[in-house]
Design a protein around this ligand. Sequence first.
Ligand SMILES: *Cc1c(COP(=O)(O)O)cnc(C)c1O
Length: 465
Amino acid sequence: MRNQLRLSAETTPWPLTTTGLPSPTPTPTSATKTPSSPTATADEDLAVGGVRLAEIAATYGTPAYVLDEADVRARARAYRSALPEAEIAYAGKAFLCRAMIGWVQSEGLSLDVCSGGELALARHVGFPADRIVLHGNAKTPRDVQDALGYGVGRIVVDSTYEITQLAVAAHAGHPQKVLIRVTPGLDAHTHKAIATGVEDQKFGFSLATGAAADAVRQVLHWQLADRPALELAGLHCHLGSQITSVDIFAEAARRLIALMAWSRDEFNVIVPELDLGGGHAVGYRDGDPDFDLETYARTIRTTIAKACHQHRLPIPKLTVEPGRAIVARAGVTLYRVLTMKRIPGIRTFVAVDGGMSDNPRPALYGSAYTARLIGRTSTAPPEPMTVVGRHCEAGDVIAHDLPLPTDLRPGDLLAVPCTGAYQHSMASTYNQVCRPPVIAVRDGVARVLIRRETLEDLQARDVSL
Ligand SMILES: *Cc1c(COP(=O)(O)O)cnc(C)c1O
């Protein structure tokens, strides 16, 4: 079985196989090829952003997250060029730190945040308030105060209580722009924990029950008041995550545009913005389907044009909110093998120095990853092995049944690709295990973005005997 890893852009010329055997160099399709794309050959020389992964492990220790800045920037540019008419708002919950916010800002993207904490980080680096969108099904009063205080561009409202509270908190006469989160009743056929377009769930106002239309009515009540407190800037939906179908986004666009037509008919108000959320899939392993951005751009553009023509509406401003698709592929996690266990006739376990605390996705969603040996070249034949973490749970698995060389041994280094999204941001300190550092690489230079957590960090919060 040839299980080729993609540690970075799928177009990078990486001869990566989990077997440790050389493989032919794939032909780059150039379009999204990153400038500093990894140029590794043998396992011991495997590099990202011009820096050898083994060297990063030696310098910074393991486990460690490595992040390829050029890859992040290339993904951001790909979105901008595929959808030049749209606002691209990076969903910060996928991965956020000050440097990342800087990259996103310099590439001309906007920023989605979903808590006062994410907002504070954006504010800390001076990210322009008018390019920030605040989400959340249950925002705290503090989140709302902070957002109003910073003057964030749009707040996505998610419940009738929130609309009233926001209208009261907002400065009458200086209306806060809001988007209404609509549940379009579409099943993106993704994992239940990340399917957010279906009826039965906590997010949004249902289109089918009329709740979405009521929300439009309610927001417009505040917009059309003498001293308006809210302004209906747009309609929003987010169908879930890891979605490969483009058609479902087109159907969502049609349904939201129909609601825009209703708003025009009923209140003579044109809703100016259509936000189709994120959720664009990323292939984690070789052969996993990726999201086709070009097809998406073309399909969404023609769908919106057609639906608006039918309803005699002007074309709304389009916003999309990719998170994973911007940052997942830029990340690689480095682990060191701590121990191995061969259970005859059952399985070989390889235990590494990280696990569900730095990558909870397999345990949460059954996500599949791959891993490969780095730091030395092995010519030993491959054998299926299951890579597990060091935590006290049987479900603490990083990757099942991967072909890894039979001479794999404690002390070896493993690289797990595609770990840039929802790993560091979801990391925990389970078992009092310190969270790994985030090391950015670019043009042959590595630098620490987020330092490794220390036991002092952990113990600092434990303030009483
Ligand atoms: C999580 C989220 C996104 C990003 O999802 P990805 O799957 O990372 O693209 C975008 N918009 C909203 C509202 C979200 O909650």
